[in-house]
Design a protein around this ligand. Sequence first.
Ligand SMILES: Cc1cc2nc3c(=O)[nH]c(=O)nc-3n(C[C@H](O)[C@H](O)[C@H](O)COP(=O)(O)OP(=O)(O)OC[C@H]3O[C@@H](n4cnc5c(N)ncnc54)[C@H](O)[C@@H]3O)c2cc1C
Length: 289
Amino acid sequence: MDFLRPASWADALAARAEHPGAVPIAGGTDVMVELNFDRRRPAALLDLTRVDDLSQWYEQDGLVRLGAGVTFARLISELGDQLPGLAMASRTVGSPQIRNRGTVGGNLGTASPAGDAHPALLAAGAEVEVESVRGSRRMPVSDFYLGVKRNALEPDELIRAVWIAPATGPQQFSKIGTRNAMVIAVCAFGLALHPDRLAVGTGVGSAAPTPLVAVEAGVFAGSALEEEGLWESRGELPPALTKEFAELVRASAAPIDDVRGTAAYRLHALSVMARRCLVWAWNDYRRAA
Ligand SMILES: Cc1cc2nc3c(=O)[nH]c(=O)nc-3n(C[C@H](O)[C@H](O)[C@H](O)COP(=O)(O)OP(=O)(O)OC[C@H]3O[C@@H](n4cnc5c(N)ncnc54)[C@H](O)[C@@H]3O)c2cc1C
């Protein structure tokens, strides 16, 4: 097996175009499992760890530009203030070893419905920047997921970065697993309050073929809070609002029975997580007044 080691982004794109059968590898925490279990035997690996640009993050045009190779550990230690939902989700990924190697770009590359970054990226309204020698394009993260472990990358494209607005309000992430650590989500939920645009962002994980936005739930909560003047007054959440929000999140999902849980359990758990995340985030919003 060839091992391609480009030292620059331009070289990485050229190698990707020249060797369409080469599998990109960042932290390797998904790729190496596949190789070790002989699920995949690519002609070559395209190692991205020497491409400096991928491991950088910075602010530009009021957004955080997060290089695809930024690890979960760095997200937690460096971006907890700007991207609290993604940092929370990152804390639940694997173990310290996995968080030190694993990257957001790798989570997107795998596009597992159970990937923990996805609900937080969806709730925050992130965009994914992908590029090839033909040029670059940016898309809402919700358009990036096409099916179970399928994403919108063309064969010659690489993920370059994720663009995310720094939080303007509290964010939450909740994940259910069969134990407290080192566990793939049975299901997960991310929520972001956007008081600047009176909106509630949502992200549902591991409860459909792709991660998804609970669109109706978000629209309902954002406008119900507006109609009752709650964004401004920061008054208590009416229980009927929380209940309806949880029902709508539940209705957005299409889970299956599998080894990690039943569809019925996932639906129930989702509505509980949705209610809790909304209440936790709202209480933080009230306290921040
Ligand atoms: C023990 C263990 C526990 C885990 N626990 C969790 C968990 O709790 N939550 C969770 O979400 N995940 C978990 N994972 C899965 C894995 O750690 C994550 O999916 C991680 O984000 C993968 O990142 P990586 O950099 O290691 O990706 P890699 O393994 O390097 O790559 C993953 C995929 O993305 C592609 N890729 C990587 N970078 C790019 C790029 N820039 N452009 C295009 N394609 C790219 C690769 O070709 C590959 O298909 C776990 C894995 C292990 C082994």
